[in-house]
Design a protein around this ligand. Structure first.
Ligand SMILES: *[C@@H]1O[C@H](CO)[C@@H](O)[C@H](O)[C@H]1NC(C)=O
Length: 395
């Protein structure tokens, strides 16, 4: 057996105890289990069966969160929840599970005890020295965690690895490893990473991942298929993305540097303690002058300047407002006035002449408008041409 750890489940009320010997721990929070707690009477007497939406809240007892290695996922209130993860150190974890019924808002509480025990070998030992991580593009984490699906995936990978002695070491959501949230369309999935380990060295198929040719093909971005003879996936959604396959040879890892040796905490006799000298004192006056006084003086000068411009130079402001543009407008206005007076002057002259001689034709300014070519008279009101006489014709 590759797994040397065991877990004990203890659910209050049911006292289910079971031992699992797998490196990856998965526990399904079934809604039906909790449903029977919410509605025991109606089921017995009225024969009514409910299928309520539920959400789960899990945490370590007396702590706000789950243990570091344990993760929880539930896609939808109508789905089951999953606790999963790979424990990293032996010990006992007491997990509190609260189920909230989203129809009646009742809650139920269960306790799950997970005991991680080190087996024959220490957990820090390289239990499975050869590990490989595969990416399943068309999967979501909740769909992979049920044990039947894990078995299916494992069977495919056993064929690829060419060994039976294979264990799933870790399963993780691609979003936790920097993946992108997929579009909310059919056929788009978050993706799942499945890590498996074995005591047997990688098969010939897997060793192709290490070849420079594989790396060149994958960096070129082309859609690289699993090489022929190595494609063992029977269910399309369990097929791996060949370019995202990674191999880990834990035997080649450098040994960790030895931990520093701890002293007794007491100085050896004979060595005098020499305290560090206090730093030399520093004069802060120049800094103060530069950062506080100089900006203050500048601010005062600017204020004085502004006050002078605002209160003592008001006239200057008027002069400067009377600029070239206003001057031009003024000149134009004077010209129009002059022209107006000039026409009035002409009309007065004409009227004077008329007063002298009554036989002359009516003055031009009293004639209605007419077309000079056709001779047709037009109503002066209909024309907006600039040549309209200032005084309207009187019939
Ligand atoms: C399992 O995968 C998750 C996500 O990548 C990671 O955080 C965790 O450390 C892994 N566990 C082990 C034991 O490798």
């Amino acid at each position: 057996m590759a797994g040397c750890r065991s877990w004990v489940f203890l659910l209050t009320g049911e006292f289910t105890a079971s031992f699992i010997q797998l490196p990856l721990f998965t526990y399904e929070l079934k809604r039906e289990t909790f449903q029977s707690e919410f509605e025991p009477l109606s089921k017995l007497y009225a024969g009514r069966l409910y299928d309520d939406p539920m959400i789960f809240k899990c945490n370590r007892q007396y702590f706000p969160d789950l243990p570091e290695w344990l993760r929880f996922t539930q896609r939808h209130p109508f789905d089951n929840g999953f606790l999963y993860g790979t424990p990293t150190s032996p010990g006992k974890s007491i997990i509190e599970i609260y189920a909230v019924n989203k129809r009646s808002y009742e809650t139920a509480r269960h306790i799950l005890v997970i005991k991680v025990t080190a087996g024959r070998r220490d957990l820090n030992d390289k239990m499975l020295p050869y590990q490989a991580e595969f990416f399943l593009k068309l999967r979501e984490i909740e769909k992979v965690l049920p044990s039947t699906v894990q078995t299916e995936i494992k069977q495919d990978l056993q064929k690829l690895w060419d060994t039976e002695a294979l264990e799933i070491v870790n399963i993780s959501n691609a979003l936790d490893q920097g993946g992108r949230v997929p579009l909310p369309l059919a056929g788009h999935f978050e993706g799942v990473y499945v890590k498996v380990g074995s005591e047997q060295y990688f098969s010939d198929c897997l060793q192709r991942v290490l070849t420079p040719e594989h790396q060149r093909q994958c960096t070129a971005g082309a859609k690289v298929k699993v090489p022929g003879g190595c494609n063992f996936c029977s269910i399309p959604s369990n097929c791996i993305t060949w370019c995202k396959t990674e191999l880990f040879d834990l035997t080649k890892l450098e040994p960790e540097p030895p931990a520093p040796t701890m002293g007794s905490g007491i100085l050896d006799a004979g060595i005098d303690f020499d305290p560090p000298e206090s730093p030399p004192s520093r004069d802060y006056l120049p800094d103060y002058l530069v950062t506080v006084i100089v900006p203050l003086i500048l601010a005062v000068i600017l204020c004085a300047l502004l006050a002078y411009v605002m209160f003592c130079r008001r006239e200057g402001v008027y002069v400067s407002v009377f600029n070239e543009k206003t001057l031009y407008t003024c000149v134009m206005f004077c010209r129009i006035q002059l022209y107006h007076q000039h026409t009035i002057h002409g009309d007065t002259d004409e009227l004077r002449n008329m007063a002298g001689n009554r036989g002359v034709p009516p003055p031009l300014s009293t004639l209605p408008m007419f077309n000079c070519r056709t001779g047709e008279r037009a109503s002066p009101l209909q024309s907006d041409s600039p040549s309209i006489p200032l005084i309207m014709a009187q019939q």
